[in-house]
Design a protein around this ligand. Structure first.
Ligand code: PEP
Ligand code: MG
Length: 890
């Protein structure tokens, strides 16, 4: 008979940690904790296969399921000495979803299930606390009606608020058992009115309702969106976990909390968490009451006047502390745990690998490797390469003047500055218009994920360090200040007020995720620190990786940054960027306006010394490392003025007739300039340009070699080659100039001439082209554009539709399309090597800084990736991870 249900409890379990595909993450870890002999309330997990069955069979369950659930409920009953549905000695349970990876947007939790008009009395008698029993019942009605029956939470809150107002209460704790009885009647009446059916009294009906709601929520819109954003297949399904209730709200000796075995923000090796006395799980996360610290050290550091768990419940604390250490060494990773203390007795409700900031990930990985808990290779794999971005982002200059408006919690580190927006759609709109925004919300929910993605930083006025905003922002690597309680947000007026000052939508604010401060205006920021743990992990990564990492850089400033970040050379120096400087653009325009080769040479002669000086500086900064310089690539019209006003201005400055300028601009304009007269095609029409650039490169190489005392070996790169002959024609010019310069200087220059592979034809004819090219650099920006026939400049207007409709999963300009563009890269690499074995190959498109694309480049066997300077550390780590993965895959 198929097994659909797995029980756990009392020091044993039918499942284990390695069964997360079947039991979901939560279920597998509950089983594992039981196997470890930890105090876990007994329960059972309905497998993910039931979810798959449910959707494959018209939302019905396998025939054997009902009996297996009954049996498992019986086992919980046997362990707890209770019976589900029994009027005298009722078993109450919680029902929770649990997919393979934790997934916001799914049905979360129903607590106290099994309560009804009858069993509530038994709970009151047994606990000797009628108030507790009726409070639990009303919570159950509210939660169940909301998540299972779809009656909105706020309708219940309204009833409660009105009752409190009429009776002069301000706090929920002031309500008596009799008050709750009145509220319960009103809640039930509301359900009857909304659904035309009474609130279900039969515990069996309740539990099947909750199970159905969990499976139903797998296909709700939020869950679907989350799966799309995180590449989670719908076929995984979710499990359902049913567990005996334990109560953190049975008076002053009861509590509930969440904790991390190490600090999730800094990585410090100290238990870190929050709890509330006399409360149920959702109270901690909801941010309604301010939670207390778990350890005394944390309480002192937070300057909190509320006692720590360590002092109020020392025995439960000591046991909890021991369990946390045991879990961490068992799982060999930092854990995020949930616990409840019921009348002094500790219960563990969950453990899983804890989400952490990049800074914490780094510190934890390095500490654990240094302590021998994990290997250095494992440490390298533990830190998400993209997450390093967080550490490479600025922090607020400690010397900067701060106009502090409020201080909330330092929920996710890094500083961010931007215009205020108050809802997620506006954040997305503003980001699309390339504005930096700070998303300010009272609190966030899974519906805000897109806005949080789009914003530079997130500010909330409610919620603790474990609130939705804090957890999600940390995962995304966004700076976040949560729970800034003194700030008032008015969504309707779109204002934020604090201390008598009011800020409107669009006003600039800065948040400091390291201190929790909210600051007016923009504040000076500092560059990130690259030593310490960061340096250590980078060392380990560098020792592991095979591919080199170079940078795309054309200014001395970028070259310096790249070197600081560990670049091993320049993979792409786009020379055209050097012509846009004031003082140069004029000579460039003269060159373009010239109608004869002589005229062009005269103008180019003005550019030569400037270009040479650029190269000297770059060669000096990069001394000892390879530098690839690409000859002029973009269509010439890019250098000419566009509007009438600019035309007139330029004509006057150049002393030429505006009409002539306009005519030239007109002849140069093309329908598809990116497919037009650009790249090597320009160099073929105007060989003087190639000659001037080659001369600047070689003269600079001679000069820089003299200055630094080390030889400079430039790599000259020809763009947009599709035909071997194109490369041959340009190469002939380059070689001739090299010869001339060597003769003039009386020295030998070692250099290479190579080409970009950025057209499908170039990839297909790479064998022929390799006959002339001494190196290849894959230009995956143009290769993606020309392979798809999609413009790299304006594909954004419809690629979103494509993603939404599942036609493509990822933007191919961000992450390499492995099947199409990637196939061309493989062909190009193979064919190139067939003619010139060992030919040096790299990538210099934007993909060179994208971890998943870097992983692909490893499989193609490229020698290096080249990316923007700020992404160099990310690429170093990603290349190491790719190498480790390739070794694992054998
Ligand atoms: C490319 O096409 O990938 C490339 C690096 O060149 P550019 O972006 O300058 O066209
Ligand atoms: Mg290109």
């Amino acid at each position: 008979m198929a097994k659909w249900v797995y029980s756990f409890g009392d020091g044993k379990a039918e499942g284990a940690a390695d069964m997360r595909n079947l039991l979901g993450g939560k279920g597998a870890n509950l089983a594992e904790m039981s196997n470890l002999g930890l105090p876990v309330p007994p329960g059972f997990t309905i497998t993910t296969e039931v979810c798959t069955y449910y959707y494959d069979n018209g939302q019905t369950y396998p025939a054997e399921l009902a009996a297996q659930v009954d049996e498992a409920l019986g086992q919980i009953g046997a362990l707890t000495g209770r019976t589900f549905g029994d009027a005298k000695n009722p078993l109450l349970v919680s029902v929770r979803s649990g997919a393979r990876t934790s997934m916001p947007g799914m049905m979360d939790t129903v607590l106290n299930l099994g309560l009804n008009d009858e069993t509530v009395g038994a709970v009151a008698d047994e606990s000797g606390d009628a108030r507790f029993a009726y409070d639990s019942y009303r919570r159950f009605i509210q939660m169940y009606s909301d998540v299972v029956l779809g009656v909105e939470h706020h309708s219940f809150e309204e009833i409660l608020e009105i009752f409190k107002e009429n009776n002069g209460y301000t706090l929920d704790t002031e309500l008596t058992a009799d008050d709750w009885k009145v509220i319960i009647e009103r809640f039930k009446a509301l359900v009857q009115e909304e659904l035309d059916e009474p609130f279900p009294q039969d515990p069996k009906a309740q539990i099947w309702g909750a199970i159905g709601a969990v499976f139903g929520s797998w296909m709700n819109q939020r869950a679907k969106t989350y799966r799309r954003l995180h590449d989670i297949p719908a076929s995984w399904g979710t499990a359902v976990n049913v567990q005996a209730m334990v109560f953190g709200n049975m008076g002053e000796s009861s509590a509930t909390g969440v904790a991390f075995t190490r600090d999730p923000a800094t990585g410090e090796n100290a238990l870190y968490g929050e709890f509330l006395v006399n409360a149920q799980g959702e109270d901690v996360v909801a941010g309604i009451r301010t939670p207390q610290n778990i350890t005394e050290a944390a309480r002192i550091a937070a300057k909190s006047d509320k006692p720590s768990l360590e002092t109020v419940m020392p025995e439960a604390f000591a046991e909890f502390d021991g369990i946390c250490q045991k879990l961490e060494s068992h799982y060999r990773d930092m854990q995020d745990v949930e616990f409840t203390i019921e009348r002094g007795k500790l219960w563990m409700l969950q453990t899983r690998s804890g989400k952490r900031t990049a800074r914490a990930a780094l510190k934890i990985a390095v500490d654990m490797a240094n302590d021998g808990l994990i290997t250095k290779d494992e440490a390298v794999l533990r830190v998400g390469a993209s997450a390093l971005d967080q550490l490479l982002h600025p922090t607020i200059d400690p010397d900067a003047k701060r106009d502090v408006l409020a201080t909330g919690l330092p929920a996710s580190p890094g500083a961010a500055c931007g215009e205020l927006v108050f809802n997620s759609d506006e954040a997305v709109e503003a980001a699309a218009a390339e504005k930096n925004v700070i998303l300010a919300r009272v609190e966030t929910s899974p519906e805000d994920i897109h806005g949080m993605h789009a914003a530079q930083g997130i500010l909330t006025t409610r919620g603790g360090m474990t609130s939705h905003a804090a957890v999600v922002a940390r995962g995304m690597g966004k700076p976040c200040v949560s729970g800034a309680g003194s700030v008032r947000i008015d969504y309707r007026a779109e204002t934020l007020s604090v201390g008598g000052r009011t800020f409107k939508r669009g006003d600039i604010v800065t948040i400091d995720g390291a201190t929790g401060q909210v600051l007016a205006g923009s504040v000076a920021m500092l560059k990130p620190e690259l030593t310490g743990d960061f340096g250590t992990l980078m060392e380990w990564a560098d020792a592991t990786r095979r591919m080199k990492v170079r940078a795309n850089a054309e200014t001395p400033k970028d070259a310096r940054t790249a070197r600081e970040f560990g670049a091993e050379g320049i993979g792409l120096c786009r020379t055209e960027h050097m012509f846009f400087d004031e003082g140069r653009i004029l000579a460039m325009r003269e060159m373009i306006l010239a109608e004869t080769p002589e005229g062009r040479r005269t103008a180019l002669a003005k550019l030569l010394p400037m270009q040479r000086q650029d190269f000297i500086e770059i060669f000096e900064i990069m001394h000892g490392l390879p530098v690839t310089i690409r000859l002029l690539d973009p269509p010439l019209h890019e250098f000419l003025p566009h509007t009438d006003e600019e035309m007139a201005e330029v004509a006057e400055a150049m002393g030429v007739d505006v009409e002539r300028l306009r005519r030239r601009a007109h002849t140069l304009s093309e329908f598809n300039p990116m497919l037009g007269h650009r790249g090597c095609r320009l160099l073929i029409s105007f060989p003087e340009v190639a000659e001037m650039q080659a001369r600047a490169i070689f003269e600079a190489a001679v000069a820089a070699a003299k200055k630094t005392g080390a030889p400079v070996e430039p790599e000259v790169m020809v763009p947009l080659v599709g035909i071997k002959k194109e490369l041959d024609v340009v190469k002939e010019r380059i070689d001739a100039v090299a010869k001339e310069v060597m003769a003039e200087a009386g020295v030998t220059i070692v250099y290479q001439v190579g080409t970009m592979i950025e057209l499908p034809r170039a990839a297909l004819k790479a064998d022929e082209i390799a006959g002339s090219a001494e190196f290849f650099s894959f230009g995956t920006n143009d290769l993606t554009q020309t392979t798809f026939g999609i413009s790299r400049d304006d594909a954004g207007s419809f690629l979103g539709d494509y993603q939404q409709q599942g036609i493509i999963e990822q933007d191919p300009f961000v992450s390499i399309d492995r099947e199409g563009v990637g196939e061309l890269m493989k062909i190009g690499a193979e064919r190139g090597r067939s003619v010139r074995p060992g030919i040096k190959m790299g990538i210099c498109g934007e993909h060179g800084g994208d971890p998943s694309s870097i992983d692909f480049c490893e499989t193609v066997g490229l020698d290096y990736v080249s990316c923007s300077p700020y992404r160099v550390p990310i690429a170093r780590l990603a290349a190491a991870q790719a190498a480790l993965k390739a070794r694992q895959d054998g």
